[in-house]
Design a protein around this ligand. Structure first.
Ligand code: SF4
Length: 512
């Protein structure tokens, strides 16, 4: 075997040509290593489409590197010599190739990074420059602050990037945030663009067969796989969204509609998170579309806020707070995740729709995740790490750095309010306002205590009653507790009893 100078391991979510560890690559002497390993594909039961996306994108990336004259070693999942883990493969190839140095860009998962840091190999680590804010940059920003707020971090990122910022440093349009304009329900006459689909080429077909054979226990439909697996296809998806989706993204980003899994959402989060799209370029494209008057400001600002505000913020919190962050459980929840999260078999139409499309497409948009499946888990007191593992497993774009703070912090408020200043709890009224789900539901959203009443209603009040000691003093919860206190005692008792009945049914393994 040739003696190599540097060996660069590229992980499945690091498929960027300008990855920091690939920067100084010498095609003549250096080697790139990519490995498909069972440990990463199955430490939670990842959706088969997600495994297929990553393996196929890795194989295409390896091919593209080779076409650029770079020497690549690629280990497939079914390679008989495959050790099954990333550290195991790095140790094996270190022995085989005897490189002078090993190079790796920061991981997206604390667990994996720890296992690589403790595997006995001297690795030269590179900062992940695909993000605007480095881990140490976030620590510096957070230092000395009693409470972190995404909004202030976001303004820093706007100033730093210059995105939608005037020459004098003020925000374009006179405000930093136009979120108040972005909460419209979908009018009946408004139609979302047809989703752009990508047909599987020979590489993807081979991967789909491999995944179908090896992950039979994992939940989720593999047959409807239609995601982009190359940089060119991801770019095509992005441009399609710029042309057809972005203008209405602002207005309807919180809306939900039956049998409309994507609405005006870009579906680029998975491509972005594995390196097929570049964050800075995407943001610049959005800003250019605004200046060209192709999209309104609330759409441009709302989209950019998701990327340089929320996405960078949750990553910063993750690396600042791990590993203790993962064990947060403010409310002391211990209820197991109901089986229907894995099957979608429930009479609650909102849950059936959100879970059903998640199983079919490995995708649901942020409000379906936060205010339907997440809201139910919060109200029902589901054990945080069980719902976190579900999100990590089921969504195409879920990697630990982004999934954990979003689920444990924002959805479950299990971090004690570190990420969000109040729990995102809501009754069925919110879901009714933002969707058409309630019209086709076995439950009545207008009822709270009858046998056919919407479960979200009583569970909402039950949640507030059982956690009053932790939440009453929160100034942002003052109004809801005033509403609770205004209810008569019999009404409160009836809500409590209905909540108890629903929770007992969950504990008995019944589906709601
Ligand atoms: Fe969901 Fe309740 Fe509406 Fe049914 S009535 S769709 S359970 S919010």
């Amino acid at each position: 075997m040739d003696k190599t100078h540097r060996l660069c391991l590229v992980l499945g979510d690091q498929l960027s040509f300008d990855l920091a560890s690939l920067k100084a690559l010498d095609a003549e002497h250096d080697t790139v290593l990519l490995v498909e390993v069972m440990e990463e594909a199955s430490h939670v039961a990842h959706h088969p489409q997600k495994i297929a996306l990553i393996f196929s994108a890795m194989r295409h990336f390896a091919q593209a590197l080779q076409q650029r004259g770079i020497r690549v070693h690629y280990v497939t999942l079914d390679d008989p010599h495959n050790s099954g883990s990333v550290p195991g493969e790095l140790q094996r190839w270190q022995l085989l190739l005897q490189p002078d140095s090993l190079h790796l860009t920061e991981c997206g998962d604390w667990r994996l990074e720890q296992s690589l840091k403790t595997c006995g190999l001297a690795i030269q680590w590179h900062t992940d420059s695909r993000f605007l804010c480095t881990r140490s940059g976030f620590s510096s920003w957070a230092a000395g602050k009693k409470q972190l707020r995404m909004e202030f971090f976001y303004r820093e990122m706007r100033r730093k990037s210059g995105l939608l910022v005037n020459g004098d440093g003020s925000p374009v349009g006179g405000a930093w945030n136009f979120d108040a304009d972005n909460r419209k329900a979908l009018p009946k006459q408004v139609r979302a663009p047809l989703p752009m689909r990508f047909t599987a080429d020979a590489i993807t077909q081979e991967v789909l067969a491999l995944v179908a054979k090896n992950f039979t226990e994992h939940y989720g439909d593999l047959g409807s796989f239609d995601y982009p697996v190359t940089h060119a296809d991801a770019q095509a998806l992005w441009e399609y969204f710029l042309d057809w989706g972005l203008a209405a993204f602002g207005d309807y980003q919180d809306a939900m509609a039956s049998d409309e899994p994507f609405l005006f959402h870009a579906r680029i989060s998975a491509a972005l998170n594995i390196g097929l799209l570049d964050l800075r370029q995407v943001c610049q494209d959005v800003e250019s579309a605004y200046w060209a008057q192709r999209i309104p400001l609330n759409a441009a600002e709302g989209f950019i806020r998701q990327l340089i505000g929320w996405r960078e913020y949750v990553r910063g919190v993750y690396w600042l707070k791990m590993p203790d962050y993962a064990s947060g459980n403010l409310f002391g929840n211990s209820r197991p995740l109901p089986e229907f999260y894995w099957t979608g078999e429930t009479q609650m139409n909102c849950m059936r729709q959100a879970i059903g499309q998640s199983l079919k497409h490995a995708y649901a948009h942020h409000i379906q995740r936060l205010m339907v499946t997440g809201n139910f888990a919060l109200l029902a007191g589901i054990t945080p790490n069980q719902i976190c593992d579900w999100y990590l497993a089921i969504y195409m774009d879920a990697f630990d750095w982004v999934e954990l703070p979003n689920t444990l912090g924002m959805v479950m408020h299990a971090d004690g309010g570190y990420l969000g200043s109040k729990p995102y709890c809501a009754s069925g009224q919110y879901i009714k306002r933002m969707s058409d789900y309630c019209g086709n539901c076995a439950y009545k959203v207008s009822e709270s205590t009858t046998d056919d009443a919407c479960p979200f209603n009583a569970l909402y009040w039950h949640f507030l009653m059982r956690h009053g000691d932790l939440l009453r003093s929160n100034p942002r919860m003052g109004m809801v507790y005033k509403n609770l206190d205004r209810m008569t005692e019999p009404k409160q008792q009836a809500l409590w009893d209905r909540g108890q009945t629903l929770l007992a049914r969950l504990d008995a393994g019944e589906w709601l």
